[in-house]
Ligand binder design. Structure first.
Ligand SMILES: CC(=O)SCCNC(=O)CCNC(=O)[C@H](O)C(C)(C)COP(=O)(O)OP(=O)(O)OC[C@H]1O[C@@H](n2cnc3c(N)ncnc32)[C@H](O)[C@@H]1OP(=O)(O)O
Ligand SMILES: O=C(O)CCC(=O)C(=O)O
Length: 371
């Protein structure tokens, strides 16, 4: 929720934030990064209300490596603080005018402060994908000894490549075992792939946002990652996957960012089939052209008549709507369906299909038997 809301132009009201947190909690999300308490009293108050509203999930506050941020996290009543330190020299030197020694001292100090104050602490390495792995490994090893419960490896500008990432993260885990989290951005459309690669390398936490909302091209989408973990890696996913589509619409409303029709898992059209070969196959066994049953995410398959339809699809649609026609009429009806789709660029209604069947029947001097 924190990184999702960082999307330029997006600002959730307290009510929206609470509703999204409650929905995430109900869906079984384990931890909700609900906001940035350093933003001031309004955000602290929202965090407090999120903490009160959520029943099962842990609520974590995002903090800079700054004691003032830890103070604000404590004030917000969360059970966990996520402290971020830039890891790359680009971020340290160019952005902050600091060096690695500063980063080490600063994050150590804040970790000790936050743990002393009873918070569970995770640490994020911002821009880790462009950082020196040796520095990240050294620092993580040191911080683990101070009681940090988890590390986040951030691909802040989405430049990781899933193949090389896997090898790189395996080496990281060998050096500093324990819970690591991947936080992947989608600048090159690789956020989900990189997240899956990290899990395959042994990472046990994934940072995601609903429908991939987030800075620039966004983050790894919760629903894509969850379904890929279940179906591609065969891992148990204890989330209510049927909640993904309503969640995406809830977030779309609050962010004023409509869910694209073709968005994996949650898009309106991702369980539609039109092409003749696909519909012919799906009618025999949906698995021919579906990687999982749409019901698993509370969706329904739709067979759409259009420019690429074939006879099997037309016959199926006519049967569904009680329109009878001999086999010899199918080919010309398909022709009319194609022409209609090309002109109107819309799926065909049952009435339009019926009218086409009549037209073809009357051309050969007969009437369709029903309809
Ligand atoms: C990759 C990411 O997503 S990082 C998270 C990004 N999220 C946000 O920025 C949350 C929204 N941010 C805000 O509301 C504000 O930027 C605040 C409240 C955090 C800080 O506001 P301001 O004090 O006005 O600072 P401003 O935004 O101009 O600059 C960022 C400050 O944070 C500091 N900073 C940046 N990252 C870190 C860090 N990880 N640890 C410590 N300090 C940091 C910068 O040095 C700068 O402080 P300075 O002005 O004293 O040099
Ligand atoms: O929490 C972190 O360390 C990562 C922050 C972030 O959102 C990013 O680097 O993209």
């Amino acid at each position: 929720m924190r990184d999702g809301e960082q999307t330029p132009g997006v600002a959730f009201t307290a009510k929206e934030k609470i509703a999204i947190a409650v929905a995430l909690d109900a869906a079984g999300v384990h931890q909700i990064e609900a906001g940035v308490p350093a933003m001031g009293p309004v955000e602290v108050d929202v965090l407090r209300r999120v903490v009160a509203a959520v029943e099962r999930a842990s609520v974590v506050a995002w903090c800079r490596a700054d004691r003032r941020d830890v103070d604000a996290a404590v004030a917000s009543g969360v059970d966990a603080a996520h402290l971020t330190i830039p890891a790359s020299d680009l971020h340290l030197r160019t952005k902050l005018g600091k060096d690695r020694a500063w980063a080490r001292a600063r994050i150590r100090d804040c970790v000790l402060d936050a743990t002393d104050r009873g918070l569970r602490v995770s640490v994020g390495f911002e821009d880790a994908s462009r950082a020196d792995d040796g520095f990240v490994i050294d620092l993580a090893g040191e911080l683990r000894r101070l009681g940090v419960t988890r590390f986040r490896w951030a691909d802040t500008v989405g430049v990781a490549n899933p193949i090389t990432l896997h090898t790189r993260l395996r080496a990281l885990l060998d050096a500093v075992p324990g819970p690591w989290e991947i936080h992947a951005h989608d600048d090159f459309g690789l956020a989900t792939a990189n997240t899956i690669a990290a899990v395959q390398a042994g990472f046990t936490w994934v940072s995601t946002t609903v429908a991939g909302l987030g800075e620039r091209a966004g983050n790894a989408p919760t629903e894509e990652v969850a379904m890929a973990l279940r179906h591609l890696l065969g891992l148990p996913v204890d989330l209510d996957t049927a909640a993904f589509r309503p969640l995406a619409r809830l977030v779309a409303g609050a962010s004023r960012r409509p869910v694209p029709a073709g968005k994996a898992v949650v898009g309106d059209a991702v369980f539609d089939h039109e092409s003749g070969i696909h519909v012919h196959g799906v009618l025999r066994a949906p698995a021919t052209y579906e990687p999982f049953d749409p019901a698993e995410v509370g969706a329904r398959r739709r067979l759409v008549l259009g420019k690429h339809s074939g006879r099997a699809a037309v016959r199926h649609a006519m049967d569904r709507h009680g329109i009878d026609a001999p086999d010899e009429d199918l080919e010309p009806i398909v022709g009319l369906v194609r022409a209609h789709a090309t002109v109107y660029k819309q799926p065909l209604s049952s009435d339009q299909l019926r009218a086409m069947a009549r037209r073809v029947a009357s051309r050969r001097g007969a009437r369709p038997r029903r309809g």
